[in-house]
Design a binder for this molecule. Structure first.
Ligand code: SAM
Length: 229
């Protein structure tokens, strides 16, 4: 059987008791970066063996892993932070397990987009998760598509591309569209700033932007947060 185990996105206290028990009890932990996961395991005094499972070897690794799981092994899959499969390796393995009738359990736990979405103050009853936009080819097409969505959408972005991305969102969605930049969630310098795209560009244009970032954008033609719902 395969356990998919979320790990903290910044605050070690966000690991769950169940995650710790699973990580202690499995035969092997498949990790996106064994060095990163080793630090987490050392902190919680877990000595389960680790094996590398990352985007570059995901295709080649799936078959031998499935063979071992079919023979009765129990593995856990972790990524560097958050939930595997969410803008991280995991999909190919969970699909292969599903196709081979291998039981999968995904533990609920840390992921960056849920706290960003919920803390943004933007409507979260319906939303679209986009993850990372393509850097070059296809970026404009995706932005055009996202701009027309009638519900909130969520992007992952790197700090050095934040301003460019906010500018492009303003071009496609209009500078008065409300959005939120959630930075360094669960960490010491956490910042969740909701404003229109123009004001967000001004706010983040005046300082060096560091850390990990989620952008949440209000859908097209929705009521403004200033209006009463
Ligand atoms: N699997 C992860 C999850 O469940 O959210 C996402 C992994 S993806 C490779 C990394 C991206 O997630 C970052 O570039 C950033 O956009 C977002 N992210 C991760 N941790 C974050 C944090 N503490 N605060 C804000 N965004 C974060």
């Amino acid at each position: 059987m395969l356990y998919i185990v979320p790990t903290p996105i910044g605050n070690l206290e966000d690991i769950t008791l169940r995650a710790l028990n699973v990580l202690k009890s499995v035969d092997l932990i498949l990790a996106e970066d064994t060095r990163t996961s080793k630090k987490l395991l050392q902190h919680f005094e877990i000595d389960t063996p680790l094996k590398s499972f990352h985007a570059h070897n995901e295709h080649a690794s799936v078959e031998p892993i499935v063979a071992q799981l079919l023979q009765g092994a129990t593995y856990a899959l972790v990524s560097d932070a958050g939930t595997p499969g969410i803008s991280d390796p995991g999909f190919l393995l969970s699909r292969a397990c599903m196709q081979n009738d291998i039981k999968i359990e995904c533990l609920p736990g840390a992921t960056a987009f849920v706290p960003a979405l919920v803390a943004s103050g933007l409507p979260c009853d319906k939303f679209h998760f986009e993850g990372f936009l393509p850097h070059k080819k296809g970026r404009q097409t995706r932005l055009q598509y996202l701009a027309g969505l009638p519900y909130t959408f969520v992007l992952y972005e790197s700090p050095h591309r934040l301003l460019k991305c906010l500018g492009q969102l303003a071009e496609h969605c209009g500078a008065d569209r409300m959005a939120c930049v959630a930075r360094e969630l669960t960490k010491l310098h956490e910042e969740v700033k909701t404003d229109n795209l123009e004001n967000l560009q001004t706010h983040f244009g005046t300082k060096k932007i560091k850390g990990e970032i989620v952008i949440v954008v209000e859908g097209a033609n929705t009521k403004k947060p200033s209006q009463k719902y």
